[in-house]
Design a protein around this ligand. Structure first.
Ligand code: RM4
Ligand code: MN
Ligand code: MN
Length: 366
């Protein structure tokens, strides 16, 4: 019997608001007007899927005067606050870097925001700082790569020292964009080295869109997990770059293999999507459902048969054991598992009704 009770997905507040491409913003009818309504949308995703009980926040995008009221609102909707994501990539001061900037004043400003987010997280009951830095250079020679790394590690060490034990530090890497020559935290190795220097509560966060083409993400997951340094995921899918498409929409086999590597050791599971043309809340529901499918299929793998085939050197039998699980149609089982959680058998149809309702309440896009 498929049991979804161990699956707890955090959906991102920033995946509900207005967004678009690099070229245009496309407002959607019924879009949330503030962070409270973004939380309402996240609560709906949890209501229909049964496995999205937390919402990750981004600051200052989700900044409010009354932080306890924000927490109370989330809790009244049956949600907890997931990871807090500081934002060090929009202020013009960070054009040449934030925690790596050559100017100590800019670095102090960046650190002050990070420290502020530690306080906000404590007030919200959040247990993680999820960090991604846009820092990097665009041209060879633009800055001293070792000096930048030294400044970054120094800043992160100050942050880590200020964090209460209830919070973990998640470090997210990305090889390119917005920097196109050398990103300061470009890959899992750089992130892992930084985490090892910082301390036990520093772990690597894997965003599925943050690798060069052809990278074997499930192997990265296996290594980080074995080292006890896999902090969690930003789930999305990509075909070309950091596309932030619906989870499992491009490469469902990769998603299945990631869950197979995780087994029962699930780290923080967050969705990080930016919807350009698709309906936002429905896209989030589809992502959660696709995660449920990948998780359920991974549970079906006959690990004993797999070990036997591996020990016997039977290459294709081993591969077929994985395929057997991947090819299973788990949809009817998942519908029943969701019903047992009090969620919807058919979450996508259900959320379409919600989208119609909030369009009436919040208004049609111009
Ligand atoms: C980045 C990265 C971060 C996210 C921002 C908005 O590419 O994925 O996790 O916070 O985008
Ligand atoms: Mn991300
Ligand atoms: Mn990204």
């Amino acid at each position: 019997m498929t049991d979804l009770s161990a699956l707890a997905i955090e959906t991102p507040s920033w995946g509900y608001g207005d967004s678009g491409t690099r070229f245009a913003t496309f407002p959607q009818s019924g879009r949330p007007r503030d962070v409270f309504e973004r939380i309402d949308d996240a609560a709906e995703v949890h209501r229909v899927t049964g496995t999205a009980p937390a919402v990750a926040l981004h600051f200052p995008w989700d900044q409010v005067d009354d932080v306890p009221a924000l927490r109370a609102h989330a809790e009244s909707r049956g949600l907890r606050i997931g990871a807090v994501n500081p934002n060090l990539f929009q202020d013009p001061d960070y054009k040449l870097g934030s925690i790596t900037h050559a100017d100590a004043g800019v670095r102090r400003k960046a650190l002050a925001h990070l420290l502020e987010c530690v306080k906000i997280a404590a007030a919200l009951g959040s247990t993680a700082q999820s960090l991604w830095f846009a820092d990097g250079t665009n041209y060879a020679g633009q800055d001293d790569l070792r000096a930048r790394r030294g400044r970054m590690l120094e800043c992160l060490a100050e942050l880590y020292a200020a964090m209460p034990e209830t919070q973990e530090l998640l470090l997210e890497y990305k090889p390119f964009e917005p920097a196109f020559y050398a990103t300061d935290l470009a890959d899992w190795g750089s992130a892992l080295l930084a985490c090892q220097q910082l301390g036990e509560r520093a772990r690597v966060l894997v965003d599925l869109g943050h690798h060069l083409q052809g990278a074997n993400i499930e192997q990265i997951v296996a290594i980080l997990s074995a080292e006890g340094r896999l902090g969690g995921f930003h789930f999305n899918n990509r075909k070309y770059a950091d596309d932030d498409l619906v989870v499992g929409s491009v490469n469902p086999f990769e998603l299945f293999l990631i869950f197979f590597e995780l087994g029962d050791r699930l780290p923080r599971l967050t969705i990080d999507q930016a919807h350009n043309v698709e309906a936002k809340v429905e896209a989030m529901v589809l992502s959660v459902v696709n995660l449920q499918e990948a998780y359920a299929k991974a549970q079906l793998v006959d690990r004993e048969a797999l070990s036997e085939a591996q020990a016997a050197g039977d290459v294709l039998r081993a591969h077929e054991v994985l395929l057997d699980a991947f090819r299973a149609d788990v949809r009817p089982e998942l519908a029943r598992a969701r019903a047992r959680l009090g969620a919807a058998e058919d979450p996508v149809s259900e959320v379409r009704r919600y989208a119609e309702r909030v369009t009436t309440e919040r208004g049609v896009a111009a």
